[in-house]
Design a protein around this ligand. Structure first.
Ligand code: 1PX
Length: 205
Protein backbone atom coordinates (compact mmCIF):
# COMPACT_ATOMS: atom_id res chain seq x y z
CA UNK A 1 0.00 0.00 0.00
CA UNK A 2 2.82 2.35 0.88
CA UNK A 3 3.82 2.75 -2.73
CA UNK A 4 0.41 4.06 -3.69
CA UNK A 5 0.90 7.09 -1.52
CA UNK A 6 1.94 10.18 -3.35
CA UNK A 7 2.65 13.51 -1.83
CA UNK A 8 1.62 14.90 -5.19
CA UNK A 9 -1.96 13.81 -4.57
CA UNK A 10 -1.98 15.26 -1.08
CA UNK A 11 -0.64 18.46 -2.54
CA UNK A 12 -3.26 18.60 -5.28
CA UNK A 13 -6.05 17.91 -2.84
CA UNK A 14 -4.99 20.68 -0.50
CA UNK A 15 -4.53 22.98 -3.48
CA UNK A 16 -8.12 22.30 -4.54
CA UNK A 17 -9.22 23.20 -1.03
CA UNK A 18 -8.33 26.86 -1.53
CA UNK A 19 -10.96 28.97 -3.26
CA UNK A 20 -10.16 32.11 -5.23
CA UNK A 21 -11.27 34.17 -2.24
CA UNK A 22 -8.90 32.12 -0.07
CA UNK A 23 -11.63 30.24 1.64
CA UNK A 24 -11.06 26.58 2.44
CA UNK A 25 -13.37 23.91 1.01
CA UNK A 26 -14.07 21.30 3.66
CA UNK A 27 -14.66 18.60 1.04
CA UNK A 28 -11.07 18.82 -0.20
CA UNK A 29 -9.60 19.51 3.22
CA UNK A 30 -10.93 16.18 4.44
CA UNK A 31 -9.98 14.47 1.19
CA UNK A 32 -6.41 15.55 1.90
CA UNK A 33 -6.69 13.95 5.31
CA UNK A 34 -8.02 10.76 3.76
CA UNK A 35 -4.85 10.47 1.69
CA UNK A 36 -2.74 10.92 4.78
CA UNK A 37 -4.75 8.30 6.67
CA UNK A 38 -4.24 5.80 3.84
CA UNK A 39 -0.54 6.40 4.09
CA UNK A 40 -0.51 6.06 7.86
CA UNK A 41 -2.41 2.78 7.66
CA UNK A 42 0.20 1.41 5.33
CA UNK A 43 2.85 1.99 8.01
CA UNK A 44 1.41 -0.63 10.32
CA UNK A 45 -0.92 -1.29 13.21
CA UNK A 46 0.95 0.83 15.74
CA UNK A 47 -0.57 3.82 14.05
CA UNK A 48 -4.12 2.57 13.94
CA UNK A 49 -5.23 4.36 17.10
CA UNK A 50 -4.09 7.58 15.49
CA UNK A 51 -5.74 6.95 12.15
CA UNK A 52 -8.97 5.78 13.81
CA UNK A 53 -9.24 9.14 15.53
CA UNK A 54 -8.64 11.01 12.28
CA UNK A 55 -11.17 8.82 10.45
CA UNK A 56 -13.84 9.48 13.07
CA UNK A 57 -13.25 13.22 12.77
CA UNK A 58 -13.41 13.08 8.99
CA UNK A 59 -16.67 11.18 9.36
CA UNK A 60 -18.21 13.82 11.63
CA UNK A 61 -17.40 16.53 9.10
CA UNK A 62 -18.64 14.41 6.19
CA UNK A 63 -21.92 13.88 7.97
CA UNK A 64 -22.39 17.62 8.36
CA UNK A 65 -21.47 18.16 4.74
CA UNK A 66 -23.97 15.63 3.43
CA UNK A 67 -26.64 16.47 6.01
CA UNK A 68 -29.62 18.78 5.70
CA UNK A 69 -27.52 21.83 6.61
CA UNK A 70 -24.73 20.78 4.28
CA UNK A 71 -24.75 24.04 2.36
CA UNK A 72 -23.40 25.78 5.47
CA UNK A 73 -20.49 23.37 5.61
CA UNK A 74 -19.03 24.05 2.19
CA UNK A 75 -16.12 26.10 3.49
CA UNK A 76 -14.48 26.39 6.90
CA UNK A 77 -15.49 30.06 6.81
CA UNK A 78 -19.18 29.31 6.25
CA UNK A 79 -19.13 26.57 8.89
CA UNK A 80 -17.67 28.88 11.54
CA UNK A 81 -20.21 31.58 10.72
CA UNK A 82 -23.16 29.19 10.70
CA UNK A 83 -22.28 27.29 13.87
CA UNK A 84 -21.48 30.45 15.83
CA UNK A 85 -24.59 32.32 14.71
CA UNK A 86 -26.76 29.36 15.64
CA UNK A 87 -24.98 28.61 18.92
CA UNK A 88 -23.96 25.16 17.82
CA UNK A 89 -20.53 25.29 19.45
CA UNK A 90 -19.54 24.54 23.05
CA UNK A 91 -17.23 27.47 23.63
CA UNK A 92 -15.76 26.90 27.06
CA UNK A 93 -16.72 23.47 28.27
CA UNK A 94 -18.26 20.43 26.72
CA UNK A 95 -22.03 20.56 26.81
CA UNK A 96 -24.79 20.03 24.30
CA UNK A 97 -22.54 20.25 21.23
CA UNK A 98 -19.57 18.01 21.99
CA UNK A 99 -19.00 17.24 18.31
CA UNK A 100 -19.44 20.56 16.58
CA UNK A 101 -17.83 21.03 13.19
CA UNK A 102 -15.68 23.83 14.64
CA UNK A 103 -14.14 21.79 17.44
CA UNK A 104 -13.74 18.73 15.25
CA UNK A 105 -11.94 20.61 12.53
CA UNK A 106 -9.77 22.34 15.14
CA UNK A 107 -8.27 18.92 16.03
CA UNK A 108 -7.33 18.29 12.41
CA UNK A 109 -6.09 21.84 12.08
CA UNK A 110 -3.67 21.36 14.97
CA UNK A 111 -2.50 18.11 13.41
CA UNK A 112 -1.87 19.92 10.13
CA UNK A 113 0.61 22.07 11.99
CA UNK A 114 2.37 18.89 13.10
CA UNK A 115 2.52 17.76 9.49
CA UNK A 116 3.92 21.09 8.36
CA UNK A 117 6.64 21.03 11.03
CA UNK A 118 7.49 17.41 10.32
CA UNK A 119 7.73 17.86 6.55
CA UNK A 120 9.88 20.95 7.03
CA UNK A 121 12.27 18.91 9.19
CA UNK A 122 12.27 16.12 6.64
CA UNK A 123 13.04 18.57 3.86
CA UNK A 124 16.01 20.08 5.66
CA UNK A 125 17.27 16.82 7.17
CA UNK A 126 20.57 15.16 6.42
CA UNK A 127 21.33 11.49 5.86
CA UNK A 128 21.97 10.76 9.50
CA UNK A 129 18.84 12.52 10.79
CA UNK A 130 16.35 10.29 12.55
CA UNK A 131 12.70 10.42 11.53
CA UNK A 132 11.58 9.43 15.01
CA UNK A 133 13.32 12.51 16.40
CA UNK A 134 11.89 14.77 13.70
CA UNK A 135 8.45 13.37 14.42
CA UNK A 136 8.60 13.86 18.15
CA UNK A 137 10.21 17.31 17.94
CA UNK A 138 7.43 18.41 15.60
CA UNK A 139 4.89 16.81 17.93
CA UNK A 140 6.23 18.46 21.06
CA UNK A 141 6.13 21.79 19.32
CA UNK A 142 2.50 21.42 18.25
CA UNK A 143 -0.04 18.76 19.12
CA UNK A 144 1.53 17.63 22.38
CA UNK A 145 0.49 20.88 24.02
CA UNK A 146 -3.13 19.84 23.55
CA UNK A 147 -2.78 16.18 24.60
CA UNK A 148 -2.92 14.69 28.09
CA UNK A 149 -0.07 12.59 29.47
CA UNK A 150 -1.51 9.21 28.51
CA UNK A 151 -1.90 10.12 24.85
CA UNK A 152 1.57 11.65 24.78
CA UNK A 153 2.95 8.35 26.08
CA UNK A 154 1.11 6.27 23.50
CA UNK A 155 2.23 8.60 20.75
CA UNK A 156 5.82 8.25 21.96
CA UNK A 157 5.57 4.48 21.49
CA UNK A 158 4.17 4.90 17.98
CA UNK A 159 7.04 7.20 17.05
CA UNK A 160 9.52 4.39 17.69
CA UNK A 161 7.88 2.46 14.85
CA UNK A 162 8.27 5.24 12.31
CA UNK A 163 10.12 4.16 9.17
CA UNK A 164 13.49 5.66 8.38
CA UNK A 165 14.22 8.68 6.27
CA UNK A 166 15.01 6.72 3.10
CA UNK A 167 11.65 4.99 3.24
CA UNK A 168 9.89 8.33 3.49
CA UNK A 169 11.69 9.68 0.47
CA UNK A 170 11.09 6.46 -1.50
CA UNK A 171 7.44 6.50 -0.67
CA UNK A 172 6.95 10.15 -1.35
CA UNK A 173 8.67 9.82 -4.73
CA UNK A 174 9.49 13.43 -5.43
CA UNK A 175 11.74 15.10 -2.93
CA UNK A 176 11.51 18.40 -4.80
CA UNK A 177 7.80 18.38 -4.23
CA UNK A 178 8.32 18.93 -0.54
CA UNK A 179 9.45 22.47 -1.23
CA UNK A 180 6.25 23.04 -3.19
CA UNK A 181 3.79 21.37 -0.86
CA UNK A 182 5.00 23.00 2.31
CA UNK A 183 4.05 26.60 1.51
CA UNK A 184 0.65 25.33 0.39
CA UNK A 185 -0.03 23.35 3.55
CA UNK A 186 1.26 26.33 5.52
CA UNK A 187 -1.15 28.62 3.70
CA UNK A 188 -4.20 26.44 4.36
CA UNK A 189 -3.05 26.20 7.97
CA UNK A 190 -2.59 29.97 8.33
CA UNK A 191 -5.96 30.88 6.80
CA UNK A 192 -7.69 28.51 9.22
CA UNK A 193 -5.57 29.72 12.13
CA UNK A 194 -6.42 33.39 11.46
CA UNK A 195 -10.12 32.60 11.12
CA UNK A 196 -10.19 30.65 14.38
CA UNK A 197 -8.14 33.30 16.18
CA UNK A 198 -10.43 36.09 14.97
CA UNK A 199 -13.43 34.20 16.35
CA UNK A 200 -11.76 33.14 19.58
CA UNK A 201 -12.05 29.46 18.73
CA UNK A 202 -8.53 28.22 19.29
CA UNK A 203 -9.23 26.62 22.66
CA UNK A 204 -12.54 24.88 21.93
CA UNK A 205 -13.12 21.99 24.37
C1 1PX B 1 4.68 12.44 4.30
C2 1PX B 1 4.39 12.22 5.68
C3 1PX B 1 2.98 12.01 5.91
C4 1PX B 1 2.65 11.63 7.28
C5 1PX B 1 1.22 11.44 7.37
C6 1PX B 1 0.74 11.19 8.68
C7 1PX B 1 -0.35 12.08 9.11
C8 1PX B 1 -0.56 11.90 10.55
C9 1PX B 1 -1.46 12.84 11.15
C10 1PX B 1 -1.76 12.60 12.57
C11 1PX B 1 -3.05 13.17 12.92
C12 1PX B 1 -3.39 13.13 14.33
C13 1PX B 1 -4.70 13.76 14.62
C14 1PX B 1 -4.97 13.90 16.04
C15 1PX B 1 -6.19 14.66 16.38
C16 1PX B 1 -6.22 14.79 17.88
O1 1PX B 1 -5.45 15.58 18.42
N1 1PX B 1 -7.08 14.01 18.57
C17 1PX B 1 -7.05 13.94 20.01
C18 1PX B 1 -8.07 14.83 20.63
O2 1PX B 1 -9.32 14.53 20.15
P1 1PX B 1 -10.61 14.77 21.10
O3 1PX B 1 -11.80 14.52 20.19
O4 1PX B 1 -10.53 13.77 22.20
O5 1PX B 1 -10.54 16.18 21.60
C19 1PX B 1 -7.22 12.50 20.38
O6 1PX B 1 -7.22 12.34 21.76
C20 1PX B 1 -6.11 11.80 19.70
C21 1PX B 1 -5.70 10.64 19.84
C22 1PX B 1 -4.67 10.00 18.99
C23 1PX B 1 -3.29 10.54 19.10
C24 1PX B 1 -2.89 11.47 18.02
C25 1PX B 1 -1.41 11.65 17.95
C26 1PX B 1 -0.93 12.39 16.78
C27 1PX B 1 0.54 12.23 16.53
C28 1PX B 1 0.94 12.68 15.20
C29 1PX B 1 2.02 11.85 14.62
C30 1PX B 1 1.61 10.88 13.60
C31 1PX B 1 2.72 10.05 13.14
C32 1PX B 1 2.50 9.55 11.76
C33 1PX B 1 3.63 8.87 11.19
C34 1PX B 1 3.89 9.14 9.79
Amino acid sequence: MADTFSLQRVLETFRSSLSEKKEVYIKYYIAGWQELVAFMNSLGNVFSFISKDVVSKIQILENFLSGENGSHYVTIQSMVKYELENELVDLTKRGSHPESGCRTLLRLHRALRWLELFLERLRTSTEDSKTSVMCSDAYNESLAQHHPWLIRKAVGVAFCAIPGRDTFFDVMHVVALLGESLPLIAEVYQITEDLYAKNNLLELP
